[in-house]
Ligand binder design. Sequence first.
Ligand SMILES: CCCCCCCCCCCCCC(=O)SCCNC(=O)CCNC(=O)[C@H](O)C(C)(C)COP(=O)(O)OP(=O)(O)OC[C@H]1O[C@@H](n2cnc3c(N)ncnc32)[C@H](O)[C@@H]1OP(=O)(O)O
Length: 219
Amino acid sequence: MSHESPDPRPEPVAPAALVRTDGSVTDRTWDGHLVPEGYSDMIDGVRELLDRIAAAVPGADLVASTTKAVAELNDRFAEHAVAEPDQLSGRLITVPGRAQLAVPAVHIDEIGEDGMSGHVWFGRHFLGSNGVVHGGAIPMLFDDLLGRFAIVGGGARSRTAFLHVDYRSVAPIETTLRVTAHVERVEGRKHFLRGELLDGDRLCAEASALFLTLKDGQQ
Ligand SMILES: CCCCCCCCCCCCCC(=O)SCCNC(=O)CCNC(=O)[C@H](O)C(C)(C)COP(=O)(O)OP(=O)(O)OC[C@H]1O[C@@H](n2cnc3c(N)ncnc32)[C@H](O)[C@@H]1OP(=O)(O)O
């Protein structure tokens, strides 16, 4: 019996923020490191692999060949390890999810001084159970999105002091969900932000967070 299921994975889209205002496309991290051609496609491919692995029951042949291929890739990547300030993962502000594989890939649709909106699609990698996004993946989404916005808005490094998430209704996987973030208020170093995750008009989760701009020399 064949189990042909439609592949709901959306086509990759170039994020709006990838294009600078002068129309050129950035290929560097925010602090100037050159990004190799195709890096973002590689990250997309690895994200898809995580979803495929989560969704599959592979045969012994595929398990063996994957184990071998992954071991070879681990060795090759180990040869290219760099210190944290030089790494690319997590530092590509223009790439959905910053090329940080733990973070779901948010595509920014609109961004302004006080808020942003975008969309996100959680694959099988982020499954909790019963077709619903893992409860831990949602704070990860908000921490990254709000934290990034605290930095974009404030222009300086900041850290999460608190992140409160209310789960209002289930967030389905393999569905395009809307996500918003906005600055509620700023009091000195303190940035109060709020975010929402929606399935259509249905509120799935909302977050309120405090980020503190770091003082000079603060880790
Ligand atoms: C272009 C570049 C773009 C880059 C984009 C990158 C995107 C990356 C996105 C990734 C993002 C990921 C981000 C991450 O995941 S960051 C990782 C997770 N967060 C942490 O590890 C933070 C750990 N905590 C700390 O380091 C310190 O406690 C901090 C730095 C937060 C504050 O210690 P600090 O010594 O600095 O401050 P203070 O204690 O004097 O307090 C100062 C004020 O704040 C108020 N306060 C403090 N805590 C709380 C609280 N819990 N609730 C309510 N209020 C609180 C406090 O009452 C006081 O108020 P006031 O008396 O002044 O009124």
